[in-house]
Design a protein around this ligand. Structure first.
Ligand SMILES: Nc1ncnc2c1ncn2[C@@H]1O[C@H](COP(=O)(O)OP(=O)(O)OP(=O)(O)O)[C@@H](O)[C@H]1O
Ligand SMILES: [Mg+2]
Length: 283
């Protein structure tokens, strides 16, 4: 055999052996790949399961938040109704006063019912039945509703409104809900004596509503936190009142600023765009 033939056979054997090794490696790699695929599938299943659990937890959180909001919002009309019911005990009430208290109590109970309905349909801060509201009339109503609660706490409510109609767009019940929450906070910030002043005027084509109290006021940190869910400095507070109130103002295309000084009091300045044609017609 020549040297060349011998080398050729040697090379052929080496190629054969290399191919066998390569085949074996490929088989091993395929096996590893299969294992990795299975591992990966398991991993994906775990991730999916975790994701599902996370979704469930988020849903639960939403449900408990909604439950907390319902109990918070329903408490206001119930407190007001309780106040009127107590007043009805007074034997010296005129028929007119008695009827007025009964009417307001029924209206507030209806409000509680509507609030539950609202929240059950997922507490949308959006305004669904937008209509033209006359801010003056709505404030008069709100003051009527809050007056017994204020009187019970030795607080006087002072109203100063210009004698023209302020027409804005929004939803009556939600506007009441929002402003009552803010005024109620003002009453609670005063230690059983004080004054809430409510002023309505026109400012740069906007209806400007100023709600001022001379209560305990807020620190810088409190001002930054107000309106965030569950922020409360009260023993029994839910810390949802202002969050709901501010969401409603925003949903009604309004805006607000807060000024407050510890020991001096707090001032909420709320603005709503005026519905021009309406306000001009009445001016
Ligand atoms: N007019 C105010 N004067 C001083 N502090 C206020 C005033 N309004 C709100 N705050 C502060 O903001 C916090 C949050 O108010 P929010 O209405 O959201 O909840 P809350 O009043 O504590 O609870 P709830 O509304 O359930 O009674 C209050 O606890 C209080 O510390
Ligand atoms: Mg409150």
């Amino acid at each position: 055999m020549t040297v060349i033939a011998f080398l050729s056979i040697l090379i052929a054997i080496m190629i054969f052996l290399k191919n066998r090794i390569l085949n074996k490696r490929t088989q091993e790699l395929n096996a590893i790949n299969k294992l990795l695929t299975i591992e990966n599938e398991n991993h994906m299943r775990t991730v999916q399961k975790l994701q599902e659990e996370m979704n469930k937890l988020t849903q639960l959180k939403t449900v408990s938040e909604i439950a907390a909001s319902i109990s918070h919002e329903v408490r206001n009309p119930l407190t007001v109704t309780r106040g009127f019911t107590q007043l009805l005990r007074d034997g010296s009430l005129s028929d007119e006063q008695r009827n007025q208290y009964i009417r307001l109590s029924l209206e507030e109970l209806d409000r509680a019912e509507r609030i539950i309905g609202d929240y059950l349909s997922f507490a949308k801060p959006s305004i669904e039945n937008e209509e033209v509201l006359h801010l003056n009339e709505e404030i008069e109503y709100i003051v009527q509703v809050i007056n017994p609660y204020a009187t019970m706490n030795n607080i006087t409510v002072e109203v100063d409104m210009e004698d023209c109609q302020y027409a804005i767009l929004g939803e009556k019940q939600k506007l009441h809900q929002s402003l009552l929450n803010i005024i109620k906070n003002g009453i609670e910030a005063m230690d059983n004596k004080g004054k809430i002043s409510i002023q309505l005027k026109k400012f740069n084509e906007l209806a400007q509503l100023i709600i001022k109290d001379n209560g305990q006021g807020m620190s810088e940190e409190q001002i930054n936190n107000i309106g965030t869910a569950y922020f409360s400095t009260k023993e029994k507070g839910t810390g949802l009142g202002t969050m709901v109130a501010f969401n409603i103002i925003k949903a009604m295309h309004g805006d607000y600023t807060i000024e407050s000084k510890i020991g001096k009091g707090t001032c909420f300045c709320i603005t709503f765009p005026l519905v021009d044609s309406y306000s001009r017609m009445k001016e």
